[in-house]
Design a binder for this molecule. Sequence first.
Ligand code: NDP
Ligand code: HSE
Length: 429
Amino acid sequence: MVAPKEALRVGLLGCGVVGSQVARLLVEQSEDLAARVGAPLELVGIAVRDTSKARDGVDPSLLTDDAHGLVARCDIVVEVLGGIEPARTLILESFAAGASVVTANKALLAQDGPTLYSAADAAGVDLYFEAAVAGAIPLVRPMRESLAGDRVTRVLGIVNGTTNYILDEMTTKGLAFDEVLRTAQELGYAEADPTADVEGHDAAAKAAILASLAFHTRVSLDDVACEGITKISADDVAWATETGHAIKLLAIAELTDAGVSARVHPALLPSRHPLAGVGGAFNAVFVEAEAAGPLMFYGQGAGGAPTASAVIGDVVSVARHRVLGGKGPDESSYASHPLAPADAAVTSYQFRLRVDDKPGVLARVAQVVAEHSVSIEAMRQQGTPAGGVANLVLTTHRAPEAALAATVAEIAGLDVVQEVTSVLRVEGA
Ligand code: NDP
Ligand code: HSE
């Protein structure tokens, strides 16, 4: 029987969507948490911008606008402010004061993770970040610990709840993009600036973190090729359904001959793929590993309480380390694989064209595809609208992004092609 230990002082930076739920759970579950950790966790302060704002269920005497003073008197600091500064400085100050840090801040980790990992290592404390990727889903720890004996080859993830919610509502209810985005913001899924969600930047930050964990290589936000969902039209969504696909914003990290490829873009997934049925604001990550084979992680990737669950799980882990001595695993970047250029990624394209409906057009399009050493998987003519114009849908086999993009660019310039209506990648086929 371990003797009761002194309380561990926990400081909370931020009391918004996530922070307010972390504060609630720390208080509501204090007895269970103390038993699991082996010492009580005492919430000693909550740093916010506006201390006069009423916050449901939060003891106002804990609120402070002196975040720097707070981190200097804690054993564990929970950073749920978001953004780069002052979050980075406060985390570094926490380490300097000997505190372990739990953060949900993927933007900061993807931009400047190595600085933080080194500072935590130098101070001999933990930096945990389970909530930074896919909210409630246990993913960072399985990648870092459970799969430490295997070789991950590919990670395919739906890691942004807002965009999955938008694409799902557009698909199932036929709603317009803007209308659905507003609801996602009201439900607390979207980032403060939803551009980060819809332009793919949030997913790109998570892709960088996942790629780093999967391939033991430093991958930062700047290394991730990124395309969001703002150009996805109702027509694209309807066409995807008609051809037995779902459109998803995917974060992809894979080890290729050219090195680690990390990218985010919308893609058509065949409806039989396990990720295709992931609806609403749910996240799911499909991991392929050499020995384990395929693994799927599924759950709520956004929202206050689900994210707070992952944060508190990390708080318990780092608190246990402080009670028992020692610390958890550090950053693992020993493999240092090269980073593959964006145009070396291998994928398939499906593109739709409006072309002149006359003899020889199909042959000219097919010839351009062949000249770029791209192979056609399927070509289909969809109806014949009035005015001698036909809609062509062409799906390629997998080929390097550079060859596929050059193919589409050359086809767009053919005199028989009136318009390239849409270009989407196909994954998971
Ligand atoms: P919110 O915008 O809801 O909350 C931010 C909180 O931080 C607010 O309480 C705000 O104070 C406080 N804050 C911001 N800047 C400062 C500052 N300079 N000094 C003191 N306090 C400050 O953000 P979320 O809770 O949604 O997100 C927090 C973090 O969690 C982000 O990194 C986000 O990416 C991540 N995350 C969020 C998820 C979600 O579903 N929302 C899911 C997974 C991760 P005040 O209240 O006074 O304005
Ligand atoms: N805005 C993010 C999302 C929150 O929609 O998934 C979780 O990181």
